[in-house]
Design a protein around this ligand. Structure first.
Ligand code: ATP
Length: 587
């Protein structure tokens, strides 16, 4: 398959902001792709060469790309850098310089997708001394054989700047249309994706084996299952009513969510964002090896920092000391952890994701040998309000955030990748409205003035709307940032800067700087009001109005553990708004 087909498709996708058009373009390219390389094409559209959970990155810095371009185009590095400074977009500079170089030799073979992929793969796997030179040579070789347009997209891919704005869900739609038999088959393809997180494997299965093949798609150890998430309510009455009068209530431990995959003596830990975090938690890896009896298993646990003197749980923030590359052994001693296991998704060859929660819980209890550091999440079966309230206070008393109340009904399956009403969280701070924090996506920024010149004066923040897969602005926040935050923010956000508003951002406000939706920060607001300018949940309360958070303040908490899609949703903001109104009318 010619790489030029891909480059043409990218160009068209980039030019549209409409999701339907984007889907059609994807359908077209997926249909043109030979089935045996469709997985590779699926990864490439996401600016990757492997599924997200594989940590290998191509890892070419801008400087290195400039060197490769100099070699491929025969121009001086300084000249290229000069141009880059004015244009500000490496892809454009590459296209320009490759066009200046003129036509490639007459006998030139057109670049194929296979060759591009192979070389990118080689670059990603190159490490150790001499890796930088080798990467540069590989890239220069590829550029020399590419057309200017191809070169632009190759360089964007290797530097991690492809950013076509295609959400995984759009690729699933396109696969359903191209190979599933129609958009209505998307739920099966989506499930396959939710239990594997591997867009490439899903694409290949549906392309080669059709809908029947994808229906038989199975959980596989070492591929993270996308986490099931909880809805929230603020009273035990509402929770019991929603769960049919009876539920399993569990402590909501305040730590980091971990999905442990065990195969014999091999254990891999994935974070809530599906990153492999095994190297951060060698102690947790050992705990799983020692205390999980099953030969193969996928279990979910909350990993909690523990005070080694008292054995008490410490707050979530303490775990941040464990997010590091070096000095892990020291951090392990200073911040030891315990595991509280709360779900079993796969045990000894059996996929349990479609089983009810009581069945999964039983599997969990039989396979986990409890110890000081490994426990099954504390629970009760509750059918009355007093009991639930008492258990809630007990949980708070032990340093937990509250409860997660879980359905034990016939349909209480593990809803991979979905936030639903089978799990409902009940947290202490929901009791007084807007003392509750929300997690919002940084989508834009405004230049600072005076004391804040050279950094950001305020950030434009958005909630996530999963229905449209968009980010809707809800507030502008300039309060709560320390001097350290202010100097850190531009550096932290630099890699997310884009030249124009991202197609998934819904905003009527013009920011000075736009970001791709990636960074999530925690905000505490005073109240939520109707707003004529913000787009969050627009039209849902009153026509023409969105919702805005007033008097927002950054809490100091960068939610590095959350992806943009894990941010507070627009409908959650509506719920908080309605609850606040209810309270006002009750008083
Ligand atoms: P939060 O910021 O409230 O943790 P979240 O978006 O990360 O929210 P939710 O699904 O809304 O996640 O809330 C459930 C979270 O609570 C899980 O992601 C998990 O990390 C944590 N948790 C702690 N104890 C339990 C438990 N017993 N069962 C399920 N989840 C638990």
């Amino acid at each position: 398959m010619k790489y030029s087909l891909i480059a043409d498709a990218y160009e068209k996708i980039e030019a549209t902001t409409k999701r339907l058009e984007m889907t059609d373009l994807l359908v077209d390219i997926l249909k043109k792709t030979p089935k045996d390389i469709i997985d590779k094409v699926a990864y490439l559209t996401q600016g990757r060469i492997y599924p997200e959970f594989v940590a290998l990155e191509i890892g070419v810095a801008e400087k290195l790309a400039v060197k490769a371009l100099a070699r491929a185009s025969g121009k001086r590095e300084s000249e290229i850098e000069e141009d880059l400074k004015t244009i500000g977009d490496l892809g454009e500079t590459v296209q320009k310089f490759m066009a200046k170089k003129g036509q490639v030799t007459f006998f030139q073979q057109p670049l194929t997708v296979q060759r591009v992929y192979e070389i990118l793969d080689k670059m990603a796997k190159t490490s150790g001394s001499g890796a930088v030179d080798l990467k540069m040579a590989l890239l220069a070789g590829l550029l020399a054989d590419a057309t200017p347009k191809e070169a632009k997209y190759i360089v964007r891919s290797v530097t991690g700047n492809l950013r076509l704005g295609i959400a995984d869900m759009t690729v699933l739609d396109a696969l359903a249309i191209a190979y599933g038999g129609g958009k209505e088959t998307r739920e099966h393809i989506e499930r396959a994706y939710n239990i594997s997180s591997d867009l490439g494997r899903v694409a290949k299965t549906v392309a080669e084996k059709g809908l029947e093949g994808i229906k038989k798609f199975e959980v596989s150890i070492d591929e993270p299952i996308r986490p099931m998430l909880a809805e929230r309510l603020s009273s035990p009455e509402e929770i019991l009513e929603k769960l049919g009068g009876k539920c399993m209530a569990e402590y909501k431990y305040d730590g980091e969510r971990i999905q442990a995959h065990k195969k014999g003596s091999g254990v891999v830990l994935f974070s809530r964002r599906l990153e492999n975090i095994s190297s951060q938690y060698p102690d947790a890896v050992e705990l799983v090896k020692e205390y999980v009896k099953a030969e193969t298993a996928i279990l979910e646990a909350e990993c909690v920092a523990i005070d080694s003197d008292t054995g008490e749980m410490r707050p979530f923030q303490e775990l941040m000391h464990r997010r590091r590359k070096y000095g892990i052994r020291e951090a392990m001693e200073e911040y030891p952890v315990s595991l509280y296991i709360f779900d079993a998704l796969y045990v000894d060859g059996k996929d349990l994701t479609l089983k009810t929660y009581p069945i999964r819980r039983r599997a969990l209890e039989t396979t986990v040998k409890e110890s000081n550091s490994v426990k099954v999440a504390k629970h009760i079966i509750a059918d009355n309000v007093e009991e639930l309230e008492k258990f809630f206070l007990e949980a708070i008393g032990e340093g937990c955030e509250g409860l997660v109340c879980k359905s034990i009904a016939k349909d209480s399956i593990y809803q991979a990748g979905a936030r639903g009403w089978l799990w409902i969280k009940y947290k202490r701070d929901y009791k007084s409205e807007m003392t509750d924090t929300v997690d919002l996506v940084v989508v834009g920024a405004f230049h600072g003035r005076g004391k804040r010149a050279g950094t950001y004066g305020a950030l434009l923040l958005a909630a996530y709307n999963p229905e449209n897969d968009t980010f809707e602005t809800v507030t502008k926040c300039g309060t709560g940032f320390t001097d350290e935050d202010l100097s850190r923010l531009p550096k932290m956000m630099h890699k997310h800067i884009i030249t124009r508003k991202h197609p998934r951002i819904n905003s009527t406000i013009e920011a000075d700087v736009w970001f791709e939706p990636a960074a999530v920060i925690e905000i505490l607001g005073a109240e939520i009001t109707l707003s004529p300018i913000h787009t969050c949940a627009i039209d849902s309360i009153r026509k023409g109005s969105g919702l805005a958070i007033r008097f927002p303040r950054f809490t100091g908490n960068y939610r590095l553990d959350k992806a943009a899609e894990d941010a507070t949703t627009a409908s959650e903001i509506v719920e908080i708004y309605q609850k606040q109104l209810k309270k006002i009318s009750e008083n």
